[in-house]
Design a protein around this ligand. Structure first.
Ligand code: PLP
Length: 454
C-alpha cells in the first residue's frame, strides 16, 4: 500500500479524542484500512499528496455500437418529430415504472407544468411543496399561476417532513407536490394518507428518482401522476427529455392533447376532426430523444444497482466519523437510487472547520463534492412572480406581500440543512469499491488534519 494511505486505527484513536465519539465504541465498521501504511499524511490542501489523482466515471455513458445505431435509424427514416419511437419509449417507461400510461415530453419542467394544468391546478390554488428541491419544481407551480406553500425538510432524510404538511393545509390548498429529492424516496405512505383525508391531489416530482421505491412500489406511481426528467445529468440521460406517468386514462388523454396544441386524443374528442378541443401548448418529444432514451434504458437497472450498492457501502464506511451524518431513508423505503449521495457535515466534529473549507479540502484530495441547494423559499424569483399581472389580479394584496410570505414560509430545518449538506455526484457511485474507499479515506484524512487546515 502506498504512503498516501493510512490506518483506520489511527483515525479511531484520534476521533475518540474529539469527545463527539458518535457510536465509536459500539458501531465501528470492520477495520478496512488496517493493512495500510500508518502515516495519516498531510492534507493535500496543505501541500500533501492527494488521496486520489485519477478521475471519476464520465457522464453520460453510451455504447457507440447499439446507441448510435438507434439514433442513425431515426435520422435515416426522415421522421424526426413525434412518431413510433416515442410511442415505444412511452410504453417501455410505463412498464418499467409500473404505470398504466406514460407521456414523453420535451423535459421534466414541462412534464410538471402539463401535469399541474391537467390536474386543474391554477390561479388561486395553493400547492404544498418542499424548499429542498431544484428550482424547476417551484417554477412549474408559479407558471400555472398557483401559490407555492413551503413545508420544512426533515434533515435526516432530506425529504419533505410529512408530519408538518397538515398544519399548512388551508381552504385554498389543492395539491401536495412531494419531491423525491436526491433520488431518495419521500414518505409517500404518510403523504397519501394526508391527501386522502383532506381530498387533495398529489403530483410526485420524481425527476431525480427513476426506479426508487417505497414498499417495493416505484415512486411516481403513488400520486395522481408522477413526473420524470431525462436531462443530461440524470440517470436516464437523453440531453433533454421528460415524462408524465399515471393510471388515469382521462387525465393522460388530456395531457397528450395539451402537449399537442389541444388536438383531440383518446377521450378528449372534437366534433370536427382537426379541431382544437382544449387549450394546448406544445412539448412533444422528438424521435431522437426517444431513441437515446430507449438505448439508455437498457443500462438503467444495472447502474442503479451499482449506485445502491456503493452508496450503502460508503455510508457504512463514513457513518462513524464524528461530524458526518449520512442520509437516512424514509420509513418503508425499499430502494433509493442516489442521484446524489448526501450527508450532513457538522463542523463541531472537525475542530470547527467550516463546510466550505471542508469541501475545498476534500476536493484537493481528488474527491469532487458540493454543498448542494440553497433555500428556495425566500428568493427574488418569488417576488417577481408576485409582481406579475396574473398574480396581482388573482391574489389579495396580503398574500403577495413578500415579507409576509417569507415569514409564513419559513423553514428553519431546511435553512440549517442547506448550510450543512454535502453531496457526491451519482457518477462517482458507478465506481468500484476501492473508489468508495478513496472517498472514505479522504474524509478521514481531512478529519485528521482538520485542526491544521483551520
Ligand atoms: C431536473 C429536475 C427537474 C426538471 O427537469 P428538466 O428535465 O431539467 O426540465 C424538476 N425537478 C427536479 C427535482 C429535478 O431534479
Amino acid at each position: 500500500m502506498s504512503e498516501k494511505e493510512y490506518s483506520r486505527r489511527k483515525f479511531l484513536k484520534n476521533s475518540t479524542l474529539t469527545g463527539l465519539g458518535v457510536g465509536l465504541t459500539t458501531a465501528v465498521t470492520p477495520n478496512l484500512f488496517a493493512g495500510y501504511a500508518k502515516d495519516a499524511g498531510t492534507a493535500a490542501i496543505l501541500g500533501g499528496q492527494p488521496v486520489r489523482t485519477k478521475g471519476w466515471p464520465d457522464w453520460p455513458m453510451w455504447d457507440p455500437e447499439t446507441d448510435e445505431k438507434r439514433v442513425i435509424e431515426v435520422l435515416r427514416s426522415g421522421i424526426w418529430s413525434r412518431g413510433k419511437v416515442v410511442t415505444e419509449f412511452e410504453e417501455k417507461w410505463a412498464e418499467t415504472i409500473g404505470s398504466k400510461r406514460c407521456l414523453a415530453t420535451t423535459n421534466g419542467t414541462y412534464a410538471l407544468i402539463t401535469a399541474l394544468r391537467q390536474l386543474n391546478v391554477g390561479a388561486g390554488d395553493e400547492v404544498i411543496v418542499p424548499p429542498y428541491t431544484f428550482i424547476a419544481t417551484i417554477d412549474a407551480i408559479l407558471m400555472v399561476g398557483a401559490m407555492p406553500v413551503f413545508v420544512d425538510t426533515n434533515p435526516a432524510t432530506f425529504q419533505i417532513d410529512a408530519d408538518k404538511i397538515e398544519e399548512k393545509i388551508t381552504s385554498l390548498t389543492s395539491t401536495i407536490l412531494p419531491v423525491h429529492i436526491l433520488g431518495l424516496p419521500a414518505d409517500m405512505e404518510k403523504i397519501m394518507t394526508i391527501a386522502r383525508n383532506n381530498n387533495l391531489a398529489v403530483l410526485e416530482d420524481a425527476c431525480q428518482a427513476w426506479l426508487a421505491e417505497i414498499n417495493n412500489k416505484k415512486v411516481g406511481t403513488f400520486g395522481d401522476a408522477g413526473c420524470f426528467s431525462f436531462q443530461n445529468s440524470k440517470h436516464l440521460p437523453i440531453g433533454e427529455g421528460g415524462a408524465i406517468v399515471s393510471d388515469n386514462d382521462e387525465f393522460m388523454d388530456r395531457c397528450f392533447s395539451f402537449h399537442n396544441f389541444g388536438r383531440p386524443h383518446g377521450k378528449v374528442v372534437g366534433t370536427v376532426s382537426g379541431e382544437y378541443v382544449i387549450l394546448g401548448s406544445k412539448c412533444r418529444s422528438t424521435e431522437y430523444q426517444a431513441a437515446i432514451g430507449l438505448a439508455q434504458l437498457k443500462r438503467l437497472e444495472e447502474q442503479t444497482k451499482q449506485r445502491e450498492k456503493n452508496a450503502e457501502y460508503l455510508r457504512a464506511q463514513i457513518k462513524d466519523i464524528p461530524g458526518i451524518l449520512p442520509y437516512e431513508l424514509s420509513e418503508n423505503a425499499t430502494r433509493a437510487v442516489f442521484h446524489l449521495f448526501p450527508f450532513r457535515y457538522k463542523k463541531e466534529g472537525f475542530h470547527d472547520l467550516s463546510r466550505s473549507k471542508f469541501i475545498k479540502a476534500l476536493r484537493a484530495e481528488g474527491i469532487p463534492c458540493s454543498g448542494g441547494y440553497s433555500p428556495l423559499n425566500n428568493m427574488p424569483y418569488l417576488k417577481d412572480a408576485f409582481q406579475s399581472k396574473n398574480f396581482q389580479k388573482v391574489y389579495p394584496k396580503k398574500m403577495l406581500d413578500f415579507d409576509g410570505y417569507v415569514e409564513r414560509n419559513e423553514c428553519p430545518q431546511n435553512d440549517q440543512l442547506c448550510k450543512e449538506a454535502v453531496w457526491f455526484g451519482q457518477n462517482m457511485l458507478l465506481g468500484s469499491k476501492s473508489d468508495m474507499n478513496d472517498i472514505a479515506m479522504a474524509i478521514e484524512k481531512v478529519f485528521n488534519n482538520a485542526d491544521k487546515i483551520n
